[in-house]
Design a protein around this ligand. Structure first.
Ligand code: DI6
Ligand code: FE
Length: 404
């Protein structure tokens, strides 16, 4: 398969110009990969290349949502209504609501139910030019249901229109049956669940929730050591509601990303900077929880910590199914600029997933591309509720051909 896209602008996400923008550009695609990109005037199309006219539209890398909890049953609209009346997320969690209520619903749902509801949610992300999605477990919290969630994630990833990165998040919350037996639950994860997940090849990484309402940095470290003996990369929900020192611990272990980070301190920024750990910002959770403390974006910039932006889609704190909305919120709420927001949902999101084969329009990268009906890339994070995505190429194949 060989073709070249013409009559377009390309936000390559390279450095040098804002967005790595090239006007009057052409992109040559060969099979799954980008073969060439640059000013159209600089290239003589090969005789066997078919031109595809994009009518001056903007091409970006396919978007990457690098932090989602997409697999679960039920929803938490009732809890949300309580929170609107003043109950806090932590209070609800301590009363046995919160994550644990989604765990109850998810344990009761079978594979097919989870697959159908999750694919429906995934479709909404894909419609906005998303070509790679990370999906976590963490609403099973027992062997059987954690495996089921990850099998659903794996099956979703078999579809030709998206790549799914599966993350094991068994350390998301303490399941009710282990209340007051924290150590035993962490042992269960290390001795039983993680080995089973690894044996079936169900996870690409291991995540944990390091927080007052969840797990301590020491508990997480023990789990992470076990993950590392299995060559599984690490990521961490860190410093969301308080500072527990999780980010510094995870970065010192070489974690790919630390996510949330509202309470990240200077030591955490330095550790992430030294380790090259990506900061994944999830403004949807911040918005829904009506938080006031923002992640230290200036310090992250000063420390050259790459910032990614994600929906953190989950039924409790971020029922957001729009990466464009997350990018908008990153700008409005966290003061990223629109270029940082797009980098955060492309190049830096790829890096957060440990993927260097995507996230930029560059020769050799996967031909995962989104085509937008906009004049300037800033429009992608400008509007809320408007989806200007007109076409998607996944591994070189136009999505219309994949889903036809
Ligand atoms: N942080 C969050 O914001 C979500 N998980 C996490 O570790 C919340 C998940 C939920 O409330 O269901
Ligand atoms: Fe999360």
């Amino acid at each position: 398969m060989r073709y070249y896209l013409t009559n377009c602008r390309v936000a390559t996400m390279g450095t040098g110009t804002p967005y790595g923008l090239i006007d009057d550009a052409a992109v040559a695609v060969r099979d799954e990969h980008i073969a060439w990109v640059g000013p159209a005037a600089d290239r003589n199309p090969q005789p066997d290349e078919r031109p595809v006219d994009l009518h001056t539209r903007l091409v970006t890398p396919g978007l990457i949502d690098c932090h989602t909890h997409l697999v679960y049953a039920g929803n938490r609209a009732d809890e949300w209504a309580l929170r609107l009346k003043g109950a806090s997320y932590e209070e609800i969690a301590r009363r046995g609501g919160g994550i644990v209520s989604t765990v109850g619903a998810t344990r009761q749902a079978d594979h097919e139910q989870l697959l159908a509801t999750t694919r429906a949610r995934l479709e909404l992300l894909l419609a906005e030019g998303v070509t790679t999605v990370e999906v976590k477990s963490g609403y099973g919290l027992d062997l059987e249901t954690e495996l089921r969630m990850l099998r659903v994630a794996r099956e979703l990833g078999e579809a030709p229109d998206v790549d799914v990165v599966a993350t094991f998040l068994g350390a998301h919350a303490l399941p009710p049956e282990y209340k007051d037996r924290r150590e035993a639950y962490v042992r269960l994860l290390i001795d039983t669940v993680l080995p089973a997940v690894a044996a079936e090849g169900l996870a690409d990484a291991v995540d944990a929730y390091c927080e007052g309402v969840a797990f301590t940095a020491d508990e997480v470290r023990t789990l992470f050591e076990s993950a590392q003996t299995r060559q599984l990369p690490l990521r961490l929900h860190a410093e969301q509601l308080s500072n527990c020192g999780g980010a510094a611990m995870a970065a010192s272990m070489g974690a790919l990303s630390c996510d949330h980070l509202e309470y990240l301190d200077d030591a955490g920024v330095s550790a992430m900077s030294a380790a090259g750990t990506v900061a994944v910002l999830v403004p949807g959770a911040w918005y829904y929880l009506r938080e006031t403390r923002k992640p230290p974006v200036d310090a992250l910039r000063a420390g050259d910590v790459p910032m990614a932006v994600s929906t953190d889609h989950n039924p409790g704190t971020s029922p957001v199914l729009s990466i464009l909305a997350a990018m908008n919120m990153a700008c409005v709420l966290f003061e990223l600029n629109p270029e940082e927001a797009l980098r955060g949902a492309t190049l830096h999101a790829a890096r957060a997933l440990g993927l260097d084969d995507r996230g930029a329009v560059e020769p050799g990268k996967l031909a995962d591309l989104a085509v937008w009906d906009v004049q300037s890339p800033a429009e992608l994070s400008y509007s809320l509720g408007h989806n200007p995505c007109r076409q998607v190429f996944k591994r070189g194949i136009p999505r219309s051909a994949l889903t036809a």
